[in-house]
Design a protein around this ligand. Sequence first.
Ligand code: GLP
Length: 260
Amino acid sequence: MEVVILPGGKPIAALAADAIEALLRRKPDAVLGLATGSSPLPVYEELAQRHERGGLDFSRVRAFTLDEYVGLPAGHPEAYREVIRREFTDRVNISPDNVRGPDGQAADIPAACRTYEDAIRDAGGVDLQLLGLGTDGHIGFNEPGSSLASRTRIKTLIEQTRRDNARFFGSLAEVPHHVLTQGLGTILEARHVILIATGAQKAQAVRDLAEGPVAAICPASVLQLHPHATVLLDEAAASSLRLADFYRHSYDGKPRWQGL
Ligand code: GLP
């Protein structure tokens, strides 16, 4: 796992966008894994600008979202399908047909989850997966206690996550209790994972994920088993790390040709 500590959201977004741009230049039909939440928004903004100003081309890109609420009506502004469309895919030239997410309205949820896993596999797997981090250490909607080998499935949200996400809804009562999420085993199969965490409220989860034991109590800690995981942090999110100075030292001395 590579931990990179940067001065703030903008340089984090630029670095993540650099990695995505390099991937698209190498592989124009790359498969991107998209995350919701506020952490990846500056990356989407940066990519939209690179598309607009520099012609960064997404025409052959395929994208899969991480998770979805169960039971929100089609077109609900907080359905992750809508959030991703509004914040990112409508702003670049990805064909809407090439953007998929777990179907939170399916009558047969287990079948919809299997279909989603099949679709990711049929696309050749995810090349680069963006991730945020819940304050309880979740990635996607894999709450503490999730199987480290899990696949796309239905999960129940912990109250802390519902409270964290209530800011996007009118009230806590409107936040669904159930969600569909790619599993930790699914996420581990992405070829490169970039997790972004900013703010002091993430500091403990960041420490648990990078320096704690690999354990279901902090689902993101499973990324310690990933061969190519990058963790991009601002100073506040990095403030509880024991090895912060070492991470800074390694990144400062890293040959830039390596990229992320
Ligand atoms: C939600 C999403 C996660 C995201 C998390 C953190 O729970 N399902 O994918 O990582 O929020 O969100 P934020 O980046 O807004 O802190």
